[in-house]
Design a protein around this ligand. Sequence first.
Ligand SMILES: [Zn+2]
Length: 367
Amino acid sequence: MMQVKVIYDDAMLGHAPDGYDPKRPEWTEIVRERLGELDEGGMRYTHPERPERLQAILASLEERPIEGLHLVGAEPADRDTKLLAHTAAHVDYVESYRGKSGWLHPDTTAVSGGSCEAADVAVGAAVGAVDVVLSEEGPRRAFALVRPPGHHAGPNGPEGFCLFNNVAIAALHAQERHDVERVLIVDWDVHHGNGTQAIVRDRADILHFDIHAEAPVYPGTGAVFDTGPRHRPGGLINVPVPLQSGDTVFVEALEEILAPAARHFLPDLVIVSAGYDAHPADLLMNVSEGAFAVMTEQVLALAERYCEGRIAFVLEGGYREALSTAVHASLRVLAGAEAPAIERDVDDPGRDAVLVADRFHSRPVHF
Ligand SMILES: [Zn+2]
């Protein structure tokens, strides 16, 4: 059994957008129309990024407790911490909505009265996860159960349900405030981490690996040839895969592309942008709970090999009931359980995309 800190705070339930902005009625219409597609049957408007997501995860841990897990709270991050990844204009813009409801971005990024506090605590939880795994006392494994998620928030604005980029801030916090040189960010949320990419792409000391649904799925970025400046040893590895890709594709991408890249990069810390919306319940991909367990084992193995096991998971997306079971599967593995065997499917629709990405990313860099 392994010890795992799970970081969570009720303040993050205060982010509960009701979907109306008196100042921007036209945005309200646009967003409701877009979210209608996500809403089952379009019967009732609900923002998919809702408090029940975290409550369901907590309930699953109560129903099926995992030995080794320790739940701790989180403090709101201060302004300087948010400024590690965002401009002052971005931080001020979000701050201007403290205590109010509204739309920050017409792509569906909404806030309610408690959202600013929730976003600050989400950043605080991600940073707290890094502090735990880098501390002498440990443990070296942590999972920050946060919302709002972060990986679409760029340097200069909220986007895609995300107010602040929890993971990018946590990575920069590790480098600025701890003795950490190289950070590996693994983003397996089904959507491309465009915000993370925009924040860290020029850094030679961060390797950002991102497997996601290829364009035109939101946000439409993350093409395989988008590598950033290809600084070594860090850089950007995008693995866009077609809709309905399954376990084989995600597991093989981590095995064949991420693992060799990590061997060159030699990370001092691993941070996982852990989204669970590649689960079939979210309708885009076919990644099972078992595969999420295997992927957890894969990134754990990298952390064990290169950075004394120091690994921090930070929750991103996952909007259906399956979120709680998929997170539970990851947490069981973090606490020392073995992942189930995954059957390899030679007909998995994304296998060619992984081959293409593998070939592309193993090419030598030309100047
Ligand atoms: Zn997502």
